[in-house]
Design a protein around this ligand. Structure first.
Ligand code: FAD
Length: 250
């Protein structure tokens, strides 16, 4: 197989009703929920940045759909972990902040997976809290000793995460300290100070849409990184519910 070939997989999508089995704080700004359901027995998530749809009941009887990452899946226990970044408002954050063990939630997907090969010389993963589930999963699933550099912006030290990995993981954290969530300056400055390893690397970016776009521009123009070895996504857009503009790859 040629080097660096991504594989696209399609999965059967169906709606599943899950039950909250446990809840724990994840730093100061996130909440980790583990869900169980017998229906998870045939759940498939083949890539760290897969996404599932979560269906939140609204007061008017309708449903709001939001995208989340399957942070961890334990097939033997039929247990799916989802990490929620908590922020000011929105159906997902409100539901996650109030969730209790025993609550139920419907999910759909993942519809498909884009599997990035395990043959790059290094990986660079950049993002904010919403990207940490995918970043953490990719760090944990990376092959032994491969350099994986992560760069994440969080509110403060309490929100830095640890990942258990056999990879050569180097975690860089920057703290907002009052800088707006749609301002890319902190991440751009920190990225500029990182010396990347030699060889062919894969870069993954997910953050607030303006931040992700600025980072992608920097990676393409200043670093001259090939577009084919780069994925950038706006995981949310400041001031917009249910960010309309998720992929920046067009
Ligand atoms: C592929 C994919 C995977 C994702 N995985 C995860 C995940 O695993 N965990 C996770 O927490 N999020 C994840 N997200 C992001 C999540 O879908 C959005 O943050 C979503 O908007 C949250 O919905 P909500 O109902 O809380 O807020 P919305 O109703 O969508 O928005 C309400 C307001 O809150 C603002 N807002 C939305 N998100 C944030 C935020 N993170 N910080 C500050 N303000 C915000 C919006 O700009 C808007 O003004 C993912 C997004 C994508 C596209």
């Amino acid at each position: 197989m040629p080097r660096h070939e991504t594989t696209r997989l399609r999965h059967d999508t169906r709606r599943r009703t899950l039950t909250v089995a446990s809840i724990e704080p994840l730093g100061a700004s996130m909440r980790r929920l583990v869900f169980t359901a017998p229906e998870l027995a045939d759940f498939v998530s083949a890539a760290p940045d897969d996404h599932i749809k979560l269906f939140f009941p609204m007061p008017d009887g309708g449903t709001a759909m939001r995208d989340f990452t399957p942070r961890r899946f334990d097939r033997a226990a039929c247990a799916l972990t989802i990490d929620f970044a908590l922020h000011e408002a929105g159906p997902a954050t409100a539901w996650a902040a109030a969730a209790q063990v025993g609550d139920r939630l419907d999910i759909g997907g993942p519809r498909g997976s884009v599997v990035v090969p395990d043959d790059f010389d290094w990986y660079l993963l950049i993002g904010d809290e919403t990207a940490l589930p995918a970043i953490g999963r990719r760090v944990e699933e990376a092959r032994p000793a491969v350099p994986v550099i992560t760069l994440a912006v969080v509110n403060g030290t309490a929100d830095e995460q640890q990942f258990a990995s056999a990879a050569d993981w180097r975690g860089h954290w920057v703290h907002r300290a009052g800088v707006g969530t749609d301002d890319a300056a902190l991440l751009l400055a920190a990225l500029g100070a990182i010396t990347l390893p030699q060889g062919e690397g894969y870069i993954w970016i997910a953050a607030e849409t303006n931040v992700a776009r600025a980072l992608r521009h920097d990676v393409e123009t200043r670093l001259g990184h090939p577009r084919a070895w780069l994925k950038a996504a706006g995981y949310w857009t400041r001031g917009h519910a249910d960010a309309p503009d998720k992929t920046l790859d067009g």
